[in-house]
Design a protein around this ligand. Structure first.
Ligand code: NAP
Length: 446
């Protein structure tokens, strides 16, 4: 049998395992995850009020039920165990660690207290253990979100929704307690380009327009330039977004809304100002677009404006981080690869190391996009696997035990899963997540 290690346990990792098991080669898969729980962004990224999307975990359960699958949670490669050791114990290793950080705006004041990444906030309200001590000041009247992708929409929605509707999701109790006392009235979601270039999708935008007691104001005119018209002709996403923006813009508004979402286009933050050791206001410059349809760029004009706020989230895209022991393309934030096979600094392919998901292609696409991506990687991997040998035949369990690492198996995870669902039932939620490794170990009596 061929032994494959998969590092990471998000959607791309599970789709890689699925593709390996579907192949004609007899395969054993060991999946390593630094968190105690599996599923990556499906658990820690997908918005808590998008439960339907999370049902794909049932498919991942089926994959994990394969008798040749083992899960090693709470094991960080590079810290608990060296990557070289993993590489030596398997015929091939597939790295599926996603994009763990975010892009920077590189403007003055970006690090002032109150300026956060959207990814921190998302990880916090989704119960990721390492983000539970983060704090977000929800006592001001305004919050600004920079960027107009679906993550920006998620953050805007979580800040705007009435607490009664969030109560029924798997958002953490800690987040509920904070959001319940939020004084935020105005939420600004700001894009550097125009409505035809917005990265969000129609369904997500539509949801914003349907939040009880919340007004959505589209501040710009929705006039399209010739280049924009060409773009909308070429992209059904852009066309649908424009139609939805028109619907939202002309929709009847509440006279006294609970909160107001402001959508602004053609604006880039240029400086964040401090007052009382936290954010006070943000200065923006208006942009115009320049370039051919499909490649229009934001060019600053002379016009500026300011918005007061104590809270800002930059939501301008995730970014991969270097993985110890492998080359890294710093410009793209990915591990360089050819059809999933890692390519070294000397441009030569590394025989038994592969990548899939966001660390392979960058942070784009929806969960399902990872399926075809992982199939491509596995196809490449299977072409090379015959020529690789295992250097070290010691069972990985033995190596982990010798290092005194308390790893979590898939049946441990199912125990956690059951516990969380039971705790959730008591309060009318799909689950109440365990948000610390200590609590998880207590439940498992490890
Ligand atoms: P994204 O879709 O790539 O959007 C990034 C946004 O940031 C764009 O509006 C981009 O504008 C803007 N931006 C980039 N650099 C900027 C800068 N320096 N200054 C100002 N704005 C800047 O990224 P994302 O929202 O993080 O989402 C990542 C992926 O996950 C996407 O594929 C998304 O669809 C997916 N996702 C899906 C869902 C869902 O299906 N419900 C939910 C969450 C995430 P430009 O276009 O001008 O670059």
């Amino acid at each position: 049998m061929k032994k494959i290690a998969i590092i990471g346990s998000g959607p791309s990792a599970f789709y890689a395992a699925q593709a390996l098991f579907k192949s004609e080669v007899d395969i054993k898969v060991d999946m390593f995850e630094k968190l105690p729980t599996p599923f990556g962004l499906l658990r820690g990224g997908v918005a808590p009020d998008h439960q339907q999307m999370k049902t794909v975990s049932k498919l991942y359960d089926k994959i994990a039920n394969n008798e040749h699958f083992k899960f090693f949670g709470n094991v960080e490669i590079g810290t608990d165990i060296e990557f070289e050791t993993i590489k030596d114990c398997y015929h091939a290793t597939i790295v599926a660690v996603g994009a763990e950080t975010d892009r920077k705006m590189n403007i003055p004041g970006e690090n002032i207290s109150g300026s956060h990444t959207a990814t921190e906030f998302v990880a916090w309200y989704n119960g990721q253990p390492s983000y539970q001590t983060n704090t977000f000041d929800l006592n001001g009247e305004s919050a600004i979100i920079i960027g107009q992708g679906n993550v920006a929409v998620d953050v805007t929605r979580i800040l705007s929704k009435p607490i009664d509707s969030l109560n029924k999701t798997d958002i953490t109790d800690n987040a509920i307690q904070h959001l319940k006392n939020s004084k935020i009235k105005d939420i600004y979601m700001i894009g550097r380009r125009g409505p035809a270039q917005a990265a969000f999708t129609e369904l997500e935008l539509k949801e914003l327009g349907k939040i009880d007691g919340v007004n959505v104001i589209v501040h710009d005119e929705l006039d399209l330039s010739d280049e924009d018209i060409t773009e909308t002709e070429q992209s059904s996403k852009a066309r649908k977004n424009i139609e939805q923006l028109k619907t939202i813009k002309t929709a009847e508004k509440h006279e006294t809304p609970n909160k107001t979402i402001h959508i602004l286009f053609y604006s880039s933050p240029i400086e964040i100002f401090e007052g009382n050791k936290k954010i006070k206001k943000v200065k923006f410059i208006k942009n115009r677009l320049e370039g051919i349809a499909g490649a229009q760029k934001a060019i600053p004009t002379e016009e500026t404006f300011e918005i007061n706020c104590n809270l800002l989230f930059r939501s301008i895209g995730y970014r991969g981080v270097p993985f110890k022991g492998l080359p890294f393309d710093d410009r793209k934030g990915i591990i360089p690869n050819q059809d999933g096979q890692v390519v070294g600094n000397d441009n030569l392919q590394i025989d038994n190391v592969f990548v899939t998901g966001w660390i392979k292609r960058g942070p784009s696409g929806v969960i399902g996009t990872n399926r075809s991506d992982s199939i491509e990687t596995v196809t490449t991997c299977l072409k090379y696997i015959d020529n690789t040998n295992i250097q070290n035949n010691t069972a990985i369990e033995t190596i982990l035990s010798e290092k005194n690492i308390k790893f979590i198996t898939y049946s441990d995870w199912k125990q956690i899963d059951e516990y969380e669902i039971k705790q959730g039932e008591k309060v009318g939620k799909p689950r109440e997540k365990l948000t610390s490794i200590t609590k998880i170990m207590e439940v498992l009596k490890k």
